[in-house]
Design a protein around this ligand. Structure first.
Ligand code: HEM
Length: 453
């Protein structure tokens, strides 16, 4: 059993507190869509500040119960909410034993489209699949060996996007951006031949919509097979400079299930697009920081853009795209306040740690510098990409592609939010910013207009 001295039993929430937790913390996250966001619910959640309420609720639990973890006896299974920064770090570090990434709700959702992915695998199979992910995504290197190619892809697709923007009253909205983003993602993951493979993205969207319902919706096995066959086709093609090319070096039938890891990459690139769009909004609302970004773009072309990457990380701190990090205990564990049973779902509510205004003075401000001087907040869990042995192996590729897209957008173009007061530096940053409802007015720089004129 894991260390620490047991002094008492773990604090347990009352019935009414359990109801508050389910309604204020769990329900909004489930309603927004855990696997694919529902734009209508995002709009309502932003207007009604539902995320602010959920942070306040967790803060109230912390005031009442101190360190926690706080146990909830729900009708389904025991759940425990992590309230203490050191406990959050412990859970993240002691993954996958005794804190497994393969938590049951996550398993039932992800199995709709990626039943063999490392995240919901256990034991030897998880080890091999995790290793494959780290190898293909080169998670230990800040620059993937294909980074120059990925940067070029980002620039080409942004140029095509900006042409489309001119025919759209110089307005950049989410649907326009998302189309271009998906072209970048398909080319990076599968190769240039997949650039216009819209049916592939549509199939994944259908599978993810079903996944939002977890065990309540039957699996669409035929559609899943069709989608996986398409992925296998791109692995066979093994186009140079694509992640699929690296996958093709693995034996298809091995326990690492190479093709079975790829849906996660396509799926997880979507939040990266959301973060890029939000980072652009943050820069529009903070002109001094936008100037800083512009200076960086002028001085050092991508992929070397630490400030732009810090802006993306800051968008992910303010609006984490994985708000609930879930783990499941594989044995009884001991905590300073008591014991926790096996098979308990552990919840780390990222927005609570990222936006705790009782502890962080930057909680509700745009503060990209915290990512440039990470020593400052070394002892506080900021977990946009999780951490420890289960840390997102795609994080460096995400930062590379998102900053390259931002740099290409801002090169010779200025952006303003439409309406301009959608986000302003005079107000605290809202608890949620729906990417679906952001719109920008785009203007060519004078030099570029003269050149093209
Ligand atoms: C903004 C974009 C992204 C964010 C915020 C993000 C965040 C995360 C987080 C928080 C986890 C841990 C989930 C958990 O423990 O339940 C995770 C896992 C993972 N992510 Fe990402 N991710 C992003 C994009 C990507 C991309 C683009 C890829 C691949 C190209 C990727 C590959 C993975 C994989 C394979 C795992 C599972 C790791 C494991 O099983 O240990 N992610 N990601």
């Amino acid at each position: 059993m894991a260390k620490e001295t047991v002094t008492d039993s773990l604090p347990t929430a009352s019935f009414s507190e359990t109801v508050s937790f389910l309604f204020k913390v769990m329900a909004p996250n489930i309603a927004k869509g855990v696997i694919i966001r529902r734009p209508g619910v995002m709009h309502v959640a932003e207007r009604w500040a539902l995320d602010k309420r959920s942070i306040k609720q967790v803060q109230a639990f912390n005031n009442k119960y101190g360190k926690g973890p706080l146990l909830f006896k729900t009708p389904f299974k025991p759940m425990a909410l992590i309230l203490d920064p050191d406990d959050a770090t412990r859970v993240i570090e002691e993954t996958p034993e005794p804190f497994a990434t393969a938590e049951s709700a996550k398993k039932s959702a992800l199995a709709h489209f990626e039943p063999d992915v490392a995240l919901i695998s256990k034991g030897k199979a998880r080890e091999e699949r995790r290793r494959l992910n780290e190898d293909v995504l080169e998670s230990g290197c800040p620059m993937h060996r294909f980074s120059d190619h990925f940067t070029q892809v980002a620039e080409q697709e942004v140029n095509a996007l900006l042409k489309a923007v001119y025919h759209h009253n110089n307005k950049l909205d989410w649907p326009l951006f998302f189309d271009a983003w998906n072209r970048v993602v398909r080319r990076v993951v599968l190769g240039d031949a997949a650039r216009d493979d819209y049916p592939l993205t549509q199939e994944l969207i259908q599978l993810r919509k079903a996944a939002n319902w977890g065990f309540m919706r039957p699996k669409r096995k035929r559609l899943r097979q069709k989608f996986h066959n398409r992925l296998a086709h791109y692995v066979d093609q093994s186009e140079t400079n694509s992640l699929a090319a690296k996958v093709s070096h693995y034996a298809i039938g091995s326990q690492a299930k190479p093709v079975g890891q790829m849906p996660q990459w396509l799926f997880a690139f979507e939040p990266a697009g959301m973060a890029t769009f939000r980072a652009l909004a943050l820069l529009c609302a903070h002109p001094a920081q936008a100037e800083r970004a512009q200076r960086e773009i002028n001085l050092s072309p991508p992929p070397d853009n630490p400030f732009l990457q810090a802006c993306v990380l800051e968008a992910l701190r303010l609006w984490p795209t994985t708000p609930l990090i879930l783990r499941e205990t594989t044995e009884r564990t001991c905590w300073s306040q008591g014991e926790m049973p096996t098979n308990t779902t552990l919840l780390i509510h990222a927005p609570y740690f990222h936006r705790d205004d009782c502890t962080l003075d930057i909680a509700n401000r745009f503060a990209p510098d915290i990512w440039l001087n990470p020593e400052q907040l070394k002892h506080w869990p900021l977990l946009p990409f999780s951490g420890g042995p289960g840390i997102c192996p795609g994080r460096n590729i995400v930062l590379l592609v998102t900053s390259a897209v931002l740099a290409a957008l801002m090169n010779n173009h200025t952006f303003t939010l439409n309406p301009p007061d959608r986000l302003t530096e005079d107000e605290p940053m809202p608890a949620l910013l729906s990417n679906f409802h952001l719109c920008f007015q785009v203007k060519q720089s004078d030099a570029l207009s003269r050149q093209e004129g």
